[in-house]
Structures are given as C-alpha cells and as structure tokens.
Design a protein around this ligand. Structure first.
Ligand SMILES: [Mg+2]
Length: 410
C-alpha cells in the first residue's frame, strides 16, 4: 500500500470524508507535479482517489506516514491562522470586533485569505532544512539565502529587526553575524515547523538557534522560538500537560524570568482562567504586542486551553487583538500538529487564495519533509508569479490601511 493512501486513510469515522476531501484539494496538483518528476526519473507508483488513479513517486518513506500528516497539520495550521488573523493585525479587540466581526471566516479579500511573512518564513525554514539535510550551519546559510531572495519580492509586511538583518545579509554578513539585538517574535513565528521535523532535541535546539540568530540576537527571541518549537513537538506527540511542558522547557532554558512568564500561563490554565481573563490580569486586554515576553506566554495559554480544537484556538488568538496574524500562526502550528489537516475547518483551507503557498503546495512540501526528498528548484516563471502575487497583496494591504482611517475608531 502506498504511503500516500495510508495518509488519506487515517481519518476514519465521522471525519473521514472531511479528511479525504482536504487531501483531494492537494492531491490532484501534487500528483501532477509528481507525475512530471516521475517522467524525469523514469519511475512511478500509483495511488487511487475515487475513480481516478494518480501516479506517485514515493520510493522510500524513512518516517511513518503519520509524520507527514503532522507536518501538514503544522504547515496548514500556520497558513490558515496567519491568513485569518491578518485583517485584524494591529487592532484592539474592541475595534476589530466592530470593524470586521468575529474571525470565523477569511476577511482579507471578499471572503478569501492570503498569508503573510509568518507562513512565508515557515516555508523558507522548511526549504532550508531540506536543502541542508539537517545540518545547522548549512541550514543557516540556506535560510539566509532564502530570506535575501524573499526581500527581493518586496513583501508588504516585515518586522524592523528582520529587515535590518536581511539588509546585513545582502551587505555580505554571514548568517552568524547578520542578526540584530531585538526580542521581536520573528524567529518564534517561523520555528513551529522545526518542532515537527527535527530528528531529536539536540538538533531542534541547534536549528532553532541558527534560525533565530540569522535575524535576532536577544536571547529572549531564541527562548521564544524554542518554546514554540517545543510546544509543537509536545502537541504532535499528544503530550499536552502544562507542568510537564514547563519542566521540559526548563531543561533547555535556564533563564529564570523567561520560565516565570511561561509558568504564569501554565498556572493560569491550571486554575481554570480563560485567555481573556489572563490577558486582563496581565494588562494586555487592548491587544498582544509582538514582543516575545508578551505573545509567547499567550500562545502557550491558548494552546493549553484548546489543545484539540483548532477553530477555537485560532479564533481565541485573533480575538486577543494586536499581533493577531503571528499569534494565530503560532497557535495554529501547535494545535495543527495535534489535530492534523483533518482538524482544520475545510472551508478555511479552501478559501486560501495563494498561488505560492496553496494547500497543494504545502501538501507537496509536507511530503518532501516526510520523505527527505528535495523538489527541483522553482522555474523563473514561478518567481515572476510570486512577484505579481506580492503586488496584489500590497494593494489589498493598502486598501485595509485606508479602511482603517474611517470609523469605527474604538
Ligand atoms: Mg505576519
């Protein structure tokens, strides 16, 4: 039995049809690409979906197929959370509610969603991991190259520290010296995927450090990135227990104040506090900032409160206000690792308007990560398509900016 069929068959019971349909979205495009690869490589196998047969090229599966499901859960969980949260970014919860209503559907562009830097950097991390074959130094070099290319596409949203670091990369600084002193959540928003793909904890730590230092040098940025990656690792293994998670984190992070921040979130959940109550007690009820000491404890709080309910977790994250897209992307990665693609509302996946990071593309990437296979380098036409996509994205972001000049103001 092909690995791909095994993956599609995981969601038995009530969610089976849902599972089947989500995989179908990606399967047709994936099969077409794989078919082209087969033609080049002269090898093929087949998987059957409904009445149709799709060629597959999955010669070796070093990881069990369930790992592919988990990886896709993280990638899709990140992308969908990012896209749902983007229209709400920078708004207070009160104004966001009056301006857009509840985050129960995509509201970026007439019912469609697009992703921002959170998903794009997650994909760059995944691609660097594949290209480096798990080696941290090579990984940092590939990530640095990926970030330099990403900036050329004129992204509409970019953190200040990340921008300065990429400019340093362009000036010739190596990734070990390109980071700037900042504790923004840039490294944390892209580290969730490492929790799903790193072979073991030493490799996870090395990759998180390499990824973080390419753009950020404040140690708290690395603590934040490691906290998210470790949470994804725990979530993927079905280990959702706050005190155990904190204990595990303490084995890797010795910084007392950081551990105290996470402990506050864990204790709050244990005592039955909701996330809005936790925010109010911390004085963050006007929105969560992109500073890691604020957003990471909140992300952990939401994950521990809704470990098996993707929709509730992501909607709670967006309703916190502030840096909603990054918070929803991080929470989406954690819960996505636990529930897999079948736990993510199907319509949220279908309404992702993304030529570059479509469900099909992310499915392909998850398959590559699970098998260690590297896709061929993208055709130059793909880069042109990406540039056109970014221009559309920028126009829509400017439209949102103009809309925010009008009432309601609070
Ligand atoms: Mg973003």
């Amino acid at each position: 039995m092909d690995g791909f069929q095994t993956v599609a068959g995981i969601g038995q019971g009530p969610s089976h049809n849902h599972a089947h349909r989500i995989f179908q979205i990606g399967a047709r495009h994936l099969a077409a690409q794989i078919g082209r690869d087969n033609a080049r490589r002269g090898s093929s196998r087949h998987a059957i979906y409904g009445k149709r047969t799709y060629p597959l090229y999955l010669p070796h599966l070093p990881c069990p197929a369930v790992n592919q499901t988990q990886i896709l859960g993280v990638l899709l969980g990140t992308a969908v959370g990012d896209a749902l949260g983007l229209p709400y970014e920078g708004l207070s919860p009160q104004r966001a509610r009056r301006l857009w209503g509840p985050p129960d559907r995509h509201r970026f562009w007439f019912g469609w969603g697009m992703v921002s830097d959170d998903t794009e950097h997650t994909v760059l991390v995944a691609q660097a991991f594949l290209a480096a074959d798990g080696d941290a130094t090579a990984f940092a070099n590939h990530l640095g190259r990926g970030l330099r290319g990403w900036l050329l596409g004129l992204p509409a949203g970019i953190g200040g520290a990340t921008l300065r670091a990429i400019l340093k990369l362009w000036l010739g600084y190596p990734p070990t010296h390109s980071g700037v002193f900042s504790a923004g959540n840039g490294p944390a928003m892209r580290s969730g995927i490492l929790g799903a793909i790193a072979a073991d904890l030493p490799q996870l730590r090395a990759l998180v450090r390499a990824s973080t230092r390419t753009t950020h040098t404040d140690p708290r940025a690395e603590y934040g990135a490691l906290t998210i990656a470790l949470a994804v690792r725990h979530a993927g293994r079905g280990e959702v227990h706050g005190p155990t998670f904190h204990q595990d984190l303490a084995a890797h992070v010795s910084d007392g104040p950081w551990l105290a921040h996470i402990q506050q979130a864990v204790t709050s959940v244990t005592q039955g506090e909701t996330t809005p109550q936790f925010l109010a007690r911390q004085g963050w009820d006007r929105g969560v900032s992109g500073f890691v000491e604020h957003c990471i404890p909140v992300a952990v709080h939401i994950w521990l409160s809704h470990p098996q309910d993707y929709a509730a977790a992501v909607m709670t994250a967006i309703q916190c206000g502030g840096d909603t897209d990054s918070l929803a992307a991080m929470v989406g990665a954690m819960v996505g690792a636990a529930v897999g693609p079948t736990g993510i509302p199907e319509v949220w996946c279908q309404r992702l308007w993304e030529p570059m990071h479509s469900v099909a593309g992310l499915t392909h990437l998850a398959a590559d990560l699970a098998t260690g296979r590297q896709s061929p380098r993208p055709h130059w036409g793909t880069n042109l398509l990406g540039f056109g996509r970014n221009l559309c994205f920028l126009a829509i972001v400017l439209g949102h900016g103009l809309r925010r000049l009008a009432p309601p103001y609070a």
